[in-house]
Design a protein around this ligand. Structure first.
Ligand code: NAD
Length: 511
């Protein structure tokens, strides 16, 4: 699938784009100044035209107009669109996964997994369409019924990050559509091709289900395009995924207009490894969680908190596994770690390791740039790093979006928990132990303070059935499974008097 440029000897991937778009049934998109780079080679895959303010305005208007009738379509009928989408996603899983690999640099297995996650959430949402339950409560008044009804909310603005370009969109969109909302999507400006593909498939699904195709709108652009959605009163809910810095800009602006906000922001995920841990299992889980997607998952494992008595043994085993990692072009068989998102990501990784060493950290392995045959000057590959730290210093408390695993040691379990919770973010967490007291304590109210807390499994790779999201600077939002759908609907409490009396609540008399 690759071509080699005869002058520069770099691999060329751009020729794959028209073929993939064609296979997905997409006409050539309008070209323009928004350059889409592949992190694999650094080359420009295509230049696209971003949406201007007037186009964004009309996308919101279309979504708002479609909402007025979409909200009255029964939820199980709305689900027909999502069911059709799942069929199309299955049919085009390979092409979509290849686009994810080209735009994000994920290895094919992880790219296919991301598309599988879209299929899974579609199936979940179809079932959910018959389970949008409200409670019926016992009324204190005779001849009265008290209940709640869940109604569609309105237009949902979905703003997504580069590293999960399609799954995050599907988590939001599949659920929002069965809830009766319409969607305007602003994807990352690094991944517009996958967005064009998803948009085209959804529009096709809507037509197949005889639904109004305006229920889904796509606007391409940078943060400024997202900011227009954020400030627009017609957008009832902003569901924004990205860095804490982005959340700081978005949250207050949505709050200022009393809109609803669902924030899915950065993580700084840790695993505690206790003396009773099954180290064979722990090593496998730690390596995947720390180096998968080249450490560029929101749930990537960034901190390891190990009991001092087993730290040397665990570090030796981890270093052995790290040395065998294959870093390289993800399109080559056997590669486990693909590229960083670009030169800035490499600079941030290098600077973070320098800072950690200045804080007394010891670089155990990795942390160097890797030269990959055929990659151009704008592509960056790094060997994942392990850094043993004397303390949880400032740089350890930050999310560096790159494969660096900081290792800290502890002597007593309370110290481990304090270190674990001693960071601003609160997304995902794990404990490796065979001691039930420790695992239960980790999951208890005074244990992990994260939105995701796992036992004997890594921090990344969540299933769609659970609610996904985190606390503190991670933003507090929940998406995907469980009852996360409630964020996409509004609740009305209804009191119905079927008697001929008018008793007032709290026994009040007003004669
Ligand atoms: P980013 O914050 O740079 O961008 C995310 C999105 O926000 C993009 O679409 C961007 O255009 C948009 N944006 C930026 N400024 C905006 C503004 N003022 N108004 C509206 N939209 C704006 O993030 P990124 O580099 O694409 O992704 C990496 C980050 O995302 C990491 O911090 C990672 O942890 C986080 N992330 C979190 C989750 C989660 O579910 N918690 C999932 C994936 C990624």
């Amino acid at each position: 699938m690759t071509e080699i440029d005869s002058e520069t000897r770099t691999v060329r991937l751009a020729h794959r784009v028209p073929a993939l778009l064609n296979a997905l049934g997409i006409e050539s998109p309008p070209t323009g100044e928004m350059a889409v780079h592949s992190p694999i080679t650094g080359e420009v895959l295509v230049g696209l035209r971003p949406a201007g303010p007037a186009e964004i305005d009309s996308a919101i208007e279309e979504a708002a107009a479609a909402f007025r009738s979409w909200r009255t379509v029964p939820a199980p009928q709305r689900a027909a669109v999502v069911r059709e989408l799942a069929v199309l996603l299955r049919r085009h899983q390979d092409e979509l996964a290849e686009l994810v690999t080209l735009e994000v640099g994920k290895i094919p297995a992880e790219a296919r997994g991301e598309v599988q996650e879209m299929i899974d959430i579609c199936e979940f949402a179809v079932g959910l369409s018959r389970q949008l339950y409200g409670y019926t409560m016992a009324s204190e008044r005779p001849g009265h019924r008290l209940m709640e009804t869940w109604h569609p909310l309105g237009v949902v603005g979905v703003i997504s990050a580069f590293n999960f370009p399609v799954a995050v969109w599907a988590w939001n969109t599949a659920v929002a559509l069965v809830c009766g909302d319409t969607v305007v999507w602003k994807p990352s400006d690094r991944t517009p091709l996958t967005a064009l593909a998803c948009h085209a498939l959804l529009r096709r699904a809507a037509r197949a289900a005889a639904a109004d195709p305006r229920i889904h709108q796509l606007v391409l652009g940078t943060g400024a395009a997202g900011a227009q959605l954020v400030d627009d009163e017609r957008v009832a809910l902003i569901s924004a995924t990205g860095s804490v810095a982005m959340g700081r800009r978005v949250g207050p602006r949505v709050a200022a207009r009393f809109g609803r906000c669902l924030l899915e922001l950065g993580g700084n995920n840790a695993a505690v490894v206790t003396p009773s841990a099954d180290l064979d299992l722990a090593v496998r889980a730690i390596v995947f969680a720390a180096v998968g997607t080249a450490g560029q998952r929101c749930t990537s494992l960034r901190r390891l908190i190990v009991h001092a008595g087993i730290a040397d043994e665990l570090l030796n085993r981890l270093a052995g596994a790290y040395r065998q990692l294959r870093v390289g072009n993800p399109l080559e068989p056997g590669v486990q770690v693909g590229p960083l998102s670009g030169p800035e990501a490499w600079e941030r990784m290098r600077d973070a390791i320098d800072l950690a060493r200045r804080d007394g950290g010891e670089l155990i392995c990795g942390g160097h740039e890797v030269t990959v045959d055929g990659a151009g000057s704008a592509a960056r590959y790094a060997h994942p790093a392990i850094v043993r730290m004397p303390d949880q210093t400032e740089i350890v408390r930050e999310e560096t979006f790159a494969p660096i695993l900081y290792v800290l040691t502890y002597d007593d379990f309370d110290t481990a928990l304090a270190l674990h919770n001693g960071v601003p973010q609160g997304l995902s967490s794990a404990i490796f132990t065979t001691d039930q007291r420790e695992s239960e304590r980790f999951l208890a109210a005074d244990g992990s303070d994260c939105g995701i807390a796992n036992v004997n499994i890594g921090t990344s790779g969540a299933e769609i059935g659970g609610a996904f999201g985190g606390e503190k600077h991670t933003g507090g939002g929940r998406e995907s499974g469980s009852d996360a759908w409630k964020a996409y609907m509004r609740r009305a409490t209804n009191t119905i008097n079927y008697s001929s009396d008018l008793p007032l609540a709290q026994g009040i008399r007003f004669d």
